[in-house]
Structures are given as C-alpha cells and as structure tokens.
Design a protein around this ligand. Structure first.
Ligand code: TRP
Length: 451
C-alpha cells in the first residue's frame, strides 16, 4: 500500500551507506561534542556515562528503529505519518509536537552552531593563538558570546548554510557531504585523544570519566541522561522518521539502526576521552557548563605542535557536525510544510528558517545583554533547551513507543522491518523493549521528576 499522497516523486537516498552516514550526520553533532562532555561534567562523571549508555541501548535504540519504520512505511513527515497510520486521531498531535520540537531545537542549535563557525574563522585568522592558559581562553570565549552583533551574525551564517543545503534537497548535498565528513571526524578525534591523554595530569580526568560514583545518581540525573540520549540520537521528534521516509524498501532497517547508534555513542565516548583528560590537566573544573569545549580546547591546542592547524580542523569538523545535524532539524519542519501544506521546497525552507532564526535571537543574546533576564533562575536559552530536550523529546519518544507497541502494533511494524526479506535476530528483544521498557522507563523518569 502506498500511503504517500504526493503528486511529485519523493526524494530518496542514493545508497545504503549514504543513508547511514546521513542519519549518523544527524545524530552526531553538538549533542556529542559540545553537550555530552559538559553534562557528564556537571553530573558526576563515570556513573552518569553508564546511565547514559543504558538509556541509549534500552530506550534509544528501539525507538530509533520505530522511527525509521514509521517513516519508511508512510514516506511522509511526522504529522503526515501519524495521520496516514491513524487518521484524525489524537496521535497526529504527536507529529505536531515533533515539528514544534524541531523548530525549538534548531532555534538554539543555530546559536551554538554559529559559535562553532566563529571559532573556525578565529582559528583561521590566528586570533586564538595567543592563549597561555585556559583562563585566557575562557575569557576570550566569554567576551565573544556576549558580543551582540557578532553572535547574531554567526547564527545567521549557520542558518544560511543549512538553508543552502536543504534548498538543494536531501540527496546531493546532505548525503555526499556526510559520507566524507563523518569518517574524517573520527580520525581527528582519535588524534586529539592521544594528545589529551599524554598531557601531564590527564589521568585524573580519565578517572573522573570512567570511574563510576553511584552516590551521584538521582532521579534528576536519570532524566538528564535520558534527555541527552534522545537529543544525541536525534529521537523523539520525528527527525529519524523523516530521514527514514527517504529510504527504499530494500534497506535493512534493523542493521542501519545498530550502525547509527554505535556510531553516535562511540563519538560521544571518544569526545569524553579528549575533554576530561584535558580539563583536569589544565586544572579546570569539569562542572564548567556550556563553555567547556570552547574554553578548554583552544588552550589545549595552543600547547600542541601544529596546534593552530589542529584547532582549525577541529572547529571546522565541529561546525560540520553541527551543520549535518542542523539540516536534519530544518528538514523536519520543511517536510511538514511541503507534504501537508503543499508549499514548494523553496518557500518552506526560506520562511521556516527565517522564523526559526528570529525565535533564536533571544537565545543568542542569553549569554550577553539578556544574561540577567531569568525566569526560575534560567535564561531564555536554558528554557528552550530544557523544554525541548528534557520534556518534548522524551514525551515524543514515549508516545512513539506506545504507538508502535500498542496502537499501530508491532505486527505491522515487523512486517515493515522484514520487508527486505531479513529477519533480525533481536526483533523479539526489540518487541519487548518497545512495548514495555521504553514507555515505562520514560514514564517512570517523568514521575520521578514531578514527585
Ligand atoms: N543529534 C544532534 C546532536 O547530537 C542534534 C539533533 C539533530 C537532534 N536532529 C535532532 C536532537 C532531533 C533532537 C532531535 O547534536
């Protein structure tokens, strides 16, 4: 049955590898390289990492397979997909929630994406080669992010690059770029890891990172770990669903899921092995927060042979990782307007990106002139991030799991998963996880949060 209602031919990925790299490109981004280390740092190190890995495997992986499955079955955006499978039901609202989450996330994602571009330029123009300590690097970062016009300029530049790629559609740009850039990222990270591990005092960082102290785990930590797993895997808002909608029926959904999850988790863990040894070696606090990567790494690079070149390469790759994720967020919102509202791709991309940018402006200024404007102790940036990452994504993920497990049914889903004549060995485990573990885990975490 063809559930799509397009009069035009829908785009599709060119190859299996291309799809895996594009989905990994969506997953691997600021969530892994910027957010993961500072969240680990703020939540006690090793124990948090274990909780995070558990959330990834028990909740993230089954939900990713579910999103791919719904996407490929319906070949539609999140709203259209739920509408196609359960017409005119409340489930369609889950799709709307996803599009809204994509909007919110990209609004602040573009801010940090802009910072990464700024650092590429600053590394290229040698503005960053003068640090003798990480304190100086930290001050440099603080001055930069509070500079109103500069951050807005780079935020606009980041959005502009995403617009340029998404305008060209999914195949040519996204797929080609991700196939080259993702493996390069791994190579650079491994080099950086060796450099960080050989710094004097690095061992304390390794200990902090790998030695679990379970006294630091509470309901709040688990909520954050789960939110981070969703964020890092691009789950809970129909992003992977949308990417799955460009997949052909010949692909093996189950193995693609495993590759993407392994790739994403590996990168996050690797980044931790770069940052924490470096943080401790530099005598910094791992609890520094969002500025961790931006104020620590430049100082590490300063000490390295060819440090400036490495820093150019690192921030370029960070920017690229951010872009390959940013385009996936934009694509969700765009796909909704193309499929459901029958807008042209051009109109959808230009209008949505402009509105997202505008909504992101107060987030951008949250580190400068709006830094004292706080509600419940949090800035605008913090609130948007918190609402999207800690509430909308887990909620969307939980509802997706319930939808697959109990509403659309695992029987229908399995039929779609096995369409290419494969029979994944772990399908029984998946069925159990998606019916019981994923929804219950998220529900429990929500309850713990409110009690
Ligand atoms: N996963 C990306 C990262 O780690 C960000 C991202 C892209 C995302 N698409 C998403 C997060 C969808 C949540 C939902 O940086």
């Amino acid at each position: 049955m063809d559930l799509s209602n397009h009069k035009y031919k829908r785009e599709a990925w060119n190859s299996r590898l291309g799809f895996i790299m594009a989905a990994s490109g969506s997953a691997v981004g600021l969530g892994n390289i910027w957010k993961f280390p500072y969240i680990v740092g703020q939540n006690g190190g090793g124990a948090f990492v274990l909780v995070y890995i558990f959330c990834t495997l028990a909740v993230g992986l089954p939900i990713m397979l579910s999103e791919f499955t719904i996407g490929r079955k319906t070949k539609l955006n999140p709203v259209g997909a739920f509408q196609a499978l359960k017409p005119n039901s409340h489930w369609v609202k889950v799709g709307y929630m996803g599009v809204l989450a994509g909007f919110l996330i990209l609004s602040f994602y573009g801010v940090v994406g802009g910072w990464t571009l700024a650092y590429v330029i600053k590394a290229l123009t040698h503005t960053m080669t003068t640090f003798s300590s990480s304190n100086e690097a930290g001050e440099f970062f603080g001055t930069f992010i509070s500079n109103t016009w500069e951050v807005l300029f780079y935020q606009a530049l980041f959005m502009g690059i995403c617009v340029g790629i998404v305008l060209r559609g999914v195949q040519g740009g996204i797929e080609k770029a991700c196939k080259v850039l993702m493996p390069t990222l791994v190579v650079i990270l491994v080099i950086l890891m060796f450099r960080a591990l050989t710094l004097p005092g690095a061992i304390d960082g390794v200990e902090f990172y790998l030695k679990p102290d379970f006294s630091k785990i509470g309901p709040q930590t688990i909520l954050i770990a789960l939110g981070q797993a969703f964020f890092s895997l691009s789950l809970g808002m129909g992003c992977m669903l949308t990417y799955g909608s460009y997949l052909s029926d010949q692909e093996n959904l189950a193995s693609a899921t495993v590759y993407v999850v392994i790739f994403d988790t590996m990168i996050a863990l690797l980044v931790g092995m770069v940052i924490f040894p470096a943080v401790f070696a530099m005598g910094l606090e791992p609890t520094e927060g969002p500025s961790l990567v931006f104020s620590v790494l430049p100082a590490v690079f300063f000490d390295m042979p060819f440090g400036n070149i490495v820093s150019i390469i690192f921030f370029t790759l960070l920017a690229i990782a951010a872009i390959t994720s940013g385009i996936s967020l934009l694509e969700v919102v765009v796909a909704y307007f193309i499929d459901q509202r029958k807008w042209s791709r051009e109109k959808a991309v230009l209008i949505t990106s402009a509105v997202i940018f505008a909504f992101g402006v107060p987030s951008s200024l949250s580190f400068g002139i709006l830094s004292d404007v706080k509600l419940f102790g949090m800035t605008f940036f913090d609130h948007v991030d918190n609402i999207a990452s800690n509430y909308l994504l887990p909620l969307g993920g939980m509802l997706t799991a319930i939808f697959i497990g109990w509403i659309w049914g695992t029987k229908n889903a399995e039929e779609e998963i096995k369409k290419n004549k494969t029979n994944p060995q772990w399908i029984n485990i998946w069925r159990f996880l998606i019916c019981y573990i994923s929804p219950v885990a998220v529900f429990f975490v929500f309850c713990a949060k409110f009690i």
